[in-house]
Design a protein. Structure first.
Length: 967
């Protein structure tokens, strides 16, 4: 109903603009005559959130501006790092510590505003859409060279009525430097005081301008070294240094096999002969493996870019503008060697393998004898189920992305009566090509041969096959060997390299027109309108191994598809009152956009804003905006992929819901399961806890070409106070509320099974099958539109610039956000999740705050910044321990488990700068001066992270030095 009313109001306001021009025809000339002759010469600007040019930078929508001086003082070179430091930034799971990410956007830099997801932030460069990823439609902020940035405007509001898709939680508009004269060189170096994670950045800028035009050239290079998990106490072990013997992998770095007959496993002694049964012992906890020792905590990347921008006045009122960017990034991430096992490979060590300790004759009568654990004797060679971590070749993923951007257009002005109108037409082309190269996985066809029959030939060489039937090109695999027992020749035989390709293409045409229609008693009636055509396409081409299932990596299908969109918008700024009691200025802004997509059809989105200047000191503002996010190409046209999910079968009669719920048990029996059904792990044994087990076979996940857009509504209201009686002071407080519906999401295995058997939703039962033993198989987690997300809170900002003193200039800043609500509905069985102040998937702090003091005196300057994160709660990973501060807590409507409170944290940064006599400036500083680290966070171990540490927190103290030379 609210949406309908808003659209009616917007349409009536837009239609009324023409009538208004006629209705006030008798008063407009008098108003024009009274205006000074040079009024139209006042410089007008476009502020992010509106297409209407204005002389006033204060708008009805909350915009944060980060200027160039702030960027230079921060000690950061990545745009994403800069943006992730603002208080509105949420806890994105996509950081460079997300080492388990190996897709097309791995190694990229992203920002999440309000905790609503990185895919719901629209990124613009100079007001135009930037390059996006093929899989999730993400914009890698590292592609924009920070040395070219004049300022960054962050609109913390929905703006689809102005910009279209993705503008749900925020719009990030990066404004580049334009009229640059001379040359500038910057050198930046930083590293952690643990002597790792070094970042080097070098850039050179040269530009020239005159009365008719300008040109600027920039070249930049950045390199970041990795940080290894083993070099930090919180990541050196799966559950942190306080629990070094827990959470370790059961797949050891030396050979282990399952005892034939009655259970249990045997592991190879250190230095033992894997062919000698006497060199094995019953497996104990000491045989576990710490996979974190081979993993990166922060990935490595290297990047270079070239950017050229120019503009030229063709005529007095027509300007040509263009920009070209080429950016190449290569990121590298390493995780532990593959957990080689019969369960993962679907292969056993042949009884006829030369390397099988139970495959040789063991007594004089040529009879094989093996005593089972129960004392009985097993005769004859045995196939073995084995386990061995491939530590000799860790899994490494290298992601290379090459971005090309060209933008060009014409802009100008023309007169309509006494009013000046602005127009622009633009063409943008974005291309993002790359490849993902992987190593450390197993070729299953070659592994089958290498683990099959083998023999020692007359030359003393072990060969695949049997005497007289040797397999050429095959090297037998001594799979049970100890550390270092895998030879290079052996590994070259069954390890493989994968090479997937990906790319996107975006062609974009836009046209915009804005100007004053007529002068009303309260000010000009301003108008903007525009058209946009966009064609987006993309592809992912997995290689042979990725698509056939003939390797140990998860199967991935290809992606290929695209769509076009035609969009129209109109915006109107209506002055209502001016210079009356309690009203210096009162205006209304309305806008509506129609977007027609070739895949899902049309969508209309409107905006209504009110701006009220009570007097010179106080401004009140309020907004209501509709938004949408079109599904990304990967969400629409990706092939079917595979995943091994950990889940609990509700039909398990010991740990599942069927154990205590007769209705669930009846549903399970109706599905054909026995009354004593047990879920089993990949060893074939019943699960031992309510944690369930990993799926025996891969589950399927995939895209959905029938997805519709996500939709949103955003409400904001607040004020800006700049008292004339207190020079240099400004404050603003804004309330916001955002609700997103029809969320594009895939259901987990637990959600599908629980909705089927517990929530009695038969449509979910069609998403899986059961094998002959009743185990869940062929489960399909295809994406769909379902559920909602809602957040509400307050943004606050306070600034005080002191008048010039003999001690220098002082600037004090405080910005904070308080989140009052953060909720979501993922599925009807789970119900509403209340995530505010909790770590569930990603951190959701109630409060974030930044406070800074900047002092400058002549050639010196110092900046001190404090970054505050409020306390956060996580579900207790270990009940009745020091890691569970509230073991008896129970509140089913909030968090139905005991929780552990993680205390608040404040990180401090400092930088000192000095201007040198030869147009140089040097700056030294430290981020996280006191070397503070966050607490062990067990909830962080999951999703894209392997570590029990919140990756949004600092990884340690960083020291940096920056030198700038101007010419």
């Amino acid at each position: 109903m609210q949406t309908l009313l808003l659209r009616r109001a917007i349409r009536r306001a837009l239609n009324a603009s023409a009538l208004a021009a006629v209705a006030i025809a008798t008063t407009a000339p008098a108003q024009d005559a009274a205006a000074p002759a040079d009024d139209r010469k006042l410089e007008t600007i476009v502020v992010t959130g509106s297409r209407i040019r204005s002389v006033d930078i204060e708008t009805a929508q909350p915009v944060v501006v980060i200027d160039r001086s702030e960027i230079e003082k921060s000690g950061l070179v990545s745009v994403a790092d800069i943006l992730n430091n603002i208080t509105a930034a949420g806890g994105t799971g996509m950081t460079r510590s997300a080492v388990l990410v190996s897709n097309t956007f791995a190694g990229g830099s992203f920002v999440d505003i309000r905790g609503l997801g990185i895919q719901r932030v629209l990124v613009l460069v100079n007001g135009r859409r930037w390059v996006k990823d093929v899989e999730a439609g993400l914009t890698d902020l590292s592609t924009v060279p920070s040395s070219m940035i004049e300022r960054i405007e962050v609109l913390k509001d929905g703006a689809s009525a102005i910009y279209g898709s993705d503008a749900i939680s925020a719009v990030v508009n990066i404004i580049t430097r334009e009229r640059f004269e001379g040359a500038e060189m910057n050198v930046f170096n930083s590293q952690y005081d643990d002597d790792d994670g070094k970042t080097q950045s070098y850039d050179f800028t040269i530009g020239s301008n005159n009365d008719r035009g300008s040109v600027i050239f920039n070249a930049a290079y950045t390199k970041q070294d990795p940080i290894w998990a083993r070099d930090r106490p919180y990541s050196a072990y799966p559950l942190g240094s306080g629990r070094p013997n827990e959470g370790l992998s059961g797949t050891s770095d030396h050979g282990t096999f399952t005892r034939p007959g009655a259970g249990g496993t045997l592991s190879l002694n250190p230095g033992g002969d894997p062919r000698n049964l006497g060199d094995y012992h019953a497996t104990t906890a000491a045989d576990s493996f710490n996979a974190n020792q081979q993993m990166m905590l922060q990935n490595a990347f290297e990047q270079n870019s070239v950017y050229v921008q120019g503009r030229y006045d063709l005529f007095d009122n027509v300007t040509f503008r263009s920009e070209v960017l080429y950016n190449q990034r290569e990121s590298t991430v390493q995780v532990a060697g593959y957990p080689i096992s019969s369960g993962n490979l679907g292969i056993v060590l042949s009884a006829d393998s030369y390397y099988n300790p139970l495959g040789r004759w063991t007594d004089a009568g040529q009879n094989f004898r093996y005593v089972r654990p129960d004392g009985s004797v097993l005769s004859g060679p045995q196939d073995l189920r084995f386990f061995r971590r491939g530590v000799e070749r860790p899994r490494v993923t290298r992601n290379t992305a090459q971005v090309f951007h060209f933008g060009g257009g014409f802009e100008g002005t023309f007169d309509v009566g006494k009013n000046l109108w602005n127009w622009d037409v633009n063409y943008n082309f974005n291309r993002n090509d790359g490849n993902v190269r992987g190593s450390g996985n197993i070729d299953l066809i070659k592994a089958q041969q290498a683990l099959g029959p083998s023999f020692l030939d007359t030359d003393g060489v072990v060969r695949c096959g049997s005497p007289g039937n040797a397999i050429d090109g095959c090297v037998p695999w001594n799979v049970l060997a100890g550390v270092g027992g895998y030879t290079e020749e052996m590994m070259d035989g069954y390890y493989l390299y994968t090479h997937d390709r990906f790319g996107t293409r975006t062609t974009n045409y836009t046209a915009n027109l804005t100007g004053d229609i007529v002068e009303l008693p309260a000010g000009p009636l301003a108008f903007a309108a525009g058209y946009e055509y966009r064609n987006e396409s993309g592809y992912v081409e997995p290689d042979y191994y990725s698509t056939t299932g003939n390797s140990s990596q998860l199967v991935a299908g290809g992606t290929s598809g695209g769509y076009t969109t035609k969009e129209y918008y109109a915006e109107l700024s209506v002055p209502i009152l001016r210079d009356v009691a309690f009203v210096k200025n009162l205006s209304l802004n309305v806008a509506e956009r129609h977007s027609s997509y070739s895949n899902f059809g049309g969508t209309n989105n409107g905006k209504l804003s009110v701006l009220w200047n009570v007097n010179d000191d106080l401004l009140l503002r309020a907004n209501y905006a509709e938004g949408f996010r079109a599904p990304a190409i990967g969400e629409l046209f990706a092939g079917v992929g595979q995943s091994f999910d950990t889940f609990l079968d509700p039909c398990d009669t010991v740990f599942g819901a069927a154990a205590a719920n007769p209705a669930v048990a009846a549903n399970c029996r109706a599905a054909g399961l026995p009354a004593d059904f047990r879920q089993r792990n990949n060893l074939g044994t019943p699960i031992a806890s309510s944690a369930g087990a990993q799926s025996i076979g891969p589950f399927l996940s995939g895209s959905n070409a029938n997805l519709g857009p996500e939709t949103s509504t955003t409400r904001t209201a607040g004020f800006v106070y700049s008292p004339t009686w207190l020079e240099g002071f400004n404050m603003s407080i804004d309330w916001y509320k955002v609700r997103i519906e029809n969320v594009v999401a895939g259901f987990s295995a637990n959600q599908i099974l629980n909705n089927c058997y517990i929530a009695n939703s038969p449509e979910f039962c069609a998403n899986f099958q059961r094998d002959a033993n009743g185990q869940v198989a062929n489960l399909n987690r295809q994406t769909t539109n379902f559920g909602w997300i809602e957040t509400e809170g307050y943004d606050m900002s306070f600034t005080q610039r002191l008048p010039d003193t003999r001690f220098g200039d002082f600037l004090f800043n405080l910005s904070t956000v308080y989140v009052a609500k953060a909720e979501n509905l993922a599925d009807n069985f789970t119900g509403v999740s209340y995530t505010n102040g909790r770590y569930i998937g990603t951190p959701a702090w109630r409060t974030r705050a930044n406070a800074s003091v900047d002092w400058s005196y002549e050639d010196w300057g110092v900046t001190w910044t404090a970054r505050y994160f409020s306390s956060i709660k996580e579900p207790c990973a270990f009940a009745n321990s020091d890691d569970c501060t509230y073991p008896d807590y129970y509140a089913p409507d909030v968090l139905a488990t005991p929780f552990n409170r993680l205390g608040a944290l404040t990180f401090h940064d400092v930088s000192v700068r000095y201007k040198l006599p030869w147009k140089g400036q040097i700056q030294v500083g430290a981020r996280n001066v006191f070397g503070k680290v966050g607490p062990i966070t067990y909830a962080a171990n999951g999703g894209n992270s392997q570590f029990v540490y919140n990756p949004q927190y600092d990884l340690g103290r960083v020291l940096f030095v920056q030198y700038q030379q101007k010419f």
